[in-house]
Design a protein around this ligand. Structure first.
Ligand SMILES: Cc1cc2nc3c(=O)[nH]c(=O)nc-3n(C[C@H](O)[C@H](O)[C@H](O)COP(=O)(O)O)c2cc1C
Length: 334
């Protein structure tokens, strides 16, 4: 019997397979199916500060509209639909906590310092076992320097760390000049782990309407390679937990993530494509691979192909770039 247990953010998990934030972790019925299929922890969809603020504004407008003329109108006003995003989200955390026997990780995407701190603490008070900061941002302002943006992010991590006592993860983007250094800084600021990586959705252009269209394509296994490389480079070099997110579709993908050094392997797209029970397929496939290759535990396999463990660590760095360019052969016959 393979020992699949792992530790993530100091939490003891029954396996490294975690359902990352997405629609399936936003409903109690699918959360229960994920847990039944073997999810060792779940990350709830992010609470977005804009949604909370928009809901509050909508509510304020509804309650004040016409009240100067008819004071009694207040009593007739309907509860605005979808207005109280915060309450609904906190209820989801509480329900998930009450019904699941795996750790529930809440996720937050704030827009103001005060918002990050306030909602982080509300999510924890609602019962979250850990908090993931979804620090999605596009550094589009030419006045912002890389350093100023990083310093602000680190301040934020520190501020949230000071506010909450549960484990803290930061889901970062791959777009840092010095990823390894930044992960070290995030850890020093108080994060217990980083999630590599947040997946950026690039808008498209509609050539008829000339509109910028938000576009979301689910990932494929090919996208695993970006987080795989970085987890392999970070493994054993940083003291925080490492979660790999993006491109985990098959049991082989999960095995690769583990061998690169991930403490946990997260999936969203593959679960949306195949249903929550796909987590069971990943779980069984991972266990079977470890058994076939005579590993006794996840701990034994973790990081065994990280940059620190392989004979040629340069394969994860520049050498690999040169090799692929030289080895490429075109199928186009000129
Ligand atoms: C429809 C959808 C909704 C998502 N919502 C969130 C979210 O609320 N917060 C977050 O941090 N990531 C969110 N993600 C990103 C996923 O958690 C994950 O990091 C990303 O999809 C890459 O993993 P994958 O290749 O397994 O899909 C979402 C992804 C999808 C497809």
């Amino acid at each position: 019997m393979i020992d699949l247990t792992t530790t993530y953010l100091g939490l003891e998990l029954t396996s490294p397979l975690v359902a990352s934030a997405g629609p399936l972790t936003g409903r109690l019925d699918t959360l229960e199916r994920l847990a039944a299929a073997g999810a060792a922890a779940v990350v709830l969809p992010s609470l977005f500060e804009e949604d909370v603020v928009a809901g509050a504004l909508e509510r304020q407008q509804l309650f004040t509209r016409g009240t100067e003329a008819f004071a009694e109108a207040l009593t007739y006003l309907p509860e605005p639909e979808g207005a109280d995003e915060l309450d609904r989200h906190l209820q989801l955390v509480a329900d998930a906590k009450a019904h699941l026997d795996v750790p529930v990780i809440a996720s937050l995407n704030g827009t103001t310092r005060g918002g990050w701190i306030r909602y982080a603490s509300e999510l924890v008070d609602a019962g979250a076992d850990a908090l993931e900061l979804n620090v999605y941002g596009v550094g589009a302002n030419p006045d912002d320097t890389a350093t100023s943006l990083e310093v602000e992010l680190l301040r934020l991590v520190r501020a949230v760390r000071d506010e909450i006592s549960v484990p803290l993860a930061v889901k970062i983007s791959p777009f840092f000049t010095a990823v390894s250094h930044f992960v070290g800084q995030v850890t020093a600021a108080g994060a217990d782990g980083v999630v590599c990586f947040n997946r950026f959705y690039q808008p498209d252009l509609d050539l008829e309407s000339l509109a910028v269209t938000p576009t979301l394509d689910l990932s494929t296994s090919a996208e695993l390679r970006l987080p795989l490389r970085w987890v392999a480079l970070l493994s054993g070099r940083v003291s925080c937990s490492l979660a790999l997110s993006t491109g985990v579709h098959t049991p082989d993908d999960a095995v690769k993530a583990l061998l690169a050094g991930a403490d946990v392997v997260m999936a969203t797209s593959s679960l949306l494509l195949h249903g929550p029970e796909h987590l069971g397929t990943l779980h069984r496939g991972l266990a079977a691979w470890l058994e076939d290759h005579e590993y006794e535990s996840v701990a034994q396999a973790r990081g065994s192909v990280s940059a620190r463990s392989v004979p040629d660590p340069a394969a994860y760095e520049r050498a690999n770039y040169r090799q692929v360019l030289r080895r490429f052969t075109s199928t186009y016959d000129a």
